[in-house]
Design a protein around this ligand. Structure first.
Ligand code: NAD
Length: 498
């Protein structure tokens, strides 16, 4: 989606924006019993609005509303054609409100308006439309039993799904859970991250406008340790779909064990390797992909190609090209349609990123470009594109997820060495490799321990393909038809014909 709006147009719209700030439970706005959350604009450090914060009591109300809606059959029992129509309507409303949603997302989270308008919002709309289309195309199975019986295998919704999501793609990460969960006929309680609640609240309003019945999609802004934990421990949540850090993912496994053994699906952190072999078919394209792979979305991307491995023969040439792209991606005002990078989500994350930069310097990595906070006169939280050259893989910046625009680059000599370095991580989410050798492309792809492998590209994707990781990046897949498995269970019905 493109727009002719200028920086001044967006600023004028921003000054008039009055975002909705209440929770939505059972189709009604709800103040929340916790101390309100500040929605801070990361581009300026100024508070945009105060947002309701749900406590355990509010969460319980939301889960009860979701359960009532589910048991009543108002959504799960709705004729499929009608359910599909309403989810398609939601997609249409998102498209209709794309500029407003893009503005909300950019102001709340700090990412460039060209990204929210060009990717986050249209991709969310497409995801609802795509899952809506699955609703009347799902068939059940008859098992190949002996003739004396008929055994059917039917797919059923689980009931109440809780979704707990992060702040880096607020609407889209929520959508990857909510769309397939609703398509299967479940009720949902969605908790956005405390840094970025506004688009989720607007989503809840649009869902009601689209005819999704009250109680079917509840929006509960709140903090992780209160609202998130209350969902994790709630005895009447059937399944909890989480995207966020590995540390929090581990907590959800515990919450499940401590409560009702609810299903847990985890999309967690990453430290994805991006390998450039010396037979790379197009060094310029690979250098641009490596830059976008780490600096896009301010580096706040779970699949960011944050570990770069370049074969020795092309290392110097590649790094020169990469540095030129890094220089062209300096952060700017997120409302400027030409900004390539925006602001880091909040002051805490800014401090975290800068601490990692310090640790890189302290532990002996060579800082090739960047490393500093910029635009501090705006009051916002900006970090310039940063590239470290790393002599050893034991550095903290090579091992740990930074979630900021900081790249750890290393050189390698052989394919074995590249694979060993790439796989030496607790994470296994994204990975990329560039080579002109077809056999090598297959060979290396097979041996990379990751949920996603890109060959001669990076970040490409579509709602049609599964997204998720292995190792401590989590388990279960968002997107594609496979995501429906997470929000349904299989029932076997054995009918004796004797
Ligand atoms: P986070 O784990 O701090 O928070 C994620 C969500 O969990 C938020 O809604 C938060 O309120 C909640 N939460 C936090 N502490 C909690 C607790 N004690 N109990 C219950 N809920 C709690 O993560 P973040 O900082 O918001 O997001 C960044 C992380 O998300 C990174 O690690 C990134 O890699 C990961 N991520 C993964 C994917 C993926 O698809 N694998 C996509 C985007 C982001």
């Amino acid at each position: 989606m493109t727009s002719t709006l200028t920086l001044q147009d967006w600023q004028a719209r921003a000054s008039k924006l009055k975002p909705s700030t209440q929770a939505i439970i059972d189709g009604r706005t709800h103040a929340g019993c916790g101390a309100p959350l500040d929605a801070v604009n990361p581009a300026t450090g100024r508070t945009l609005a105060q947002v309701a914060s749900c406590d355990e009591h509010d969460i319980d109300q939301a889960v009860r509303a979701a359960r009532r809606a589910f048991e009543s059959g108002v959504w799960s029992g709705m004729p499929r054609a009608e359910r599909k129509k309403r989810l398609l309507k939601l997609a249409e409303l998102i498209t209709l409100h794309a500029e407003e949603l893009a503005l909300i997302e950019t102001l709340d989270m700090g990412k460039p308006i060209s990204d929210t308008l060009g990717y986050d919002i249209p991709e969310a709309a497409r995801t609802y439309a795509w899952y809506a289309e699955t609703i009347d195309k799902q068939y059940d199975e008859i098992a190949p039993t002996d003739a004396h019986a008929l055994a059917t295998i039917t797919r059923e919704p689980l009931g109440v799904i809780a979704a707990v999501v992060p702040w880096n793609y607020p609407l889209l990460m929520a959508t990857w859970k909510v769309a397939p969960a609703l398509a299967m006929g479940n009720s949902v309680v969605l908790k956005p991250a405390e840094q970025s609640c506004l688009s989720a609240i607007r989503l809840g309003e649009l869902a009601l406008e689209a005819g999704i019945p009250p109680g079917v999609l509840n929006i509960v802004p709140g903090t992780g340790p209160v609202a998130g934990q209350a969902l994790g421990l709630h005895p009447d949540v059937d399944c909890l779909a989480f995207t966020g850090s590995t540390a929090t993912g581990k907590r959800f496994m515990q919450y499940s064990g401590q409560s009702n053994l609810k299903q847990i699906w985890l999309e967690c952190g990453g430290k994805s390797p991006h390998i450039i072999f010396d037979d790379c078919p197009d060094l310029d394209r690979a250098a641009l992909a490596a830059a976008i792979g780490i600096f896009n979305n301010q580096g706040e991307v779970c699949i960011a190609g944050s570990r770069l491995y370049v074969q020795s023969g092309i290392y110097d040439e590649f790094m020169r090209k990469l540095e030129r792209h890094a220089a062209a991606m300096q952060p700017g005002d997120p409302l400027d349609p030409n900004a390539k990078m925006g602001a880091i989500v909040d002051e805490r994350q800014l401090a975290r990123v800068l601490q990692y930069v310090d640790s890189g310097k302290r532990e002996g990595a060579t800082l090739r470009v960047g490393g500093g906070q910029v635009r501090s006169e705006t009051g916002g939280y900006y970090v310039e594109p940063t590239i470290f050259e790393c002599g050893t893989q034991s550095l903290t910046i090579v091992r740990e997820e930074i979630f900021g625009p900081v790249l750890a680059a290393s050189r390698f000599d052989t394919e074995e060495e590249a694979l060993a370095q790439a796989n030496a991580s607790i994470y296994g989410l994204g990975s990329g490799l560039w080579t002109a050798d077809l056999s090598r492309a297959h060979r290396v792809s097979r041996r990379l321990r990751a949920g996603l492998v890109w060959v001669n590209c990076y970040f490409d994707g579509d709602v049609t393909v599964p997204f998720g990781g292995v190792k401590q990046s989590g388990f279960g897949r968002d997107k594609s038809l496979h995501a429906l498995d997470k929000y349904s269970s299989l029932k076997t019905t054995w009918i004796s014909l004797g």
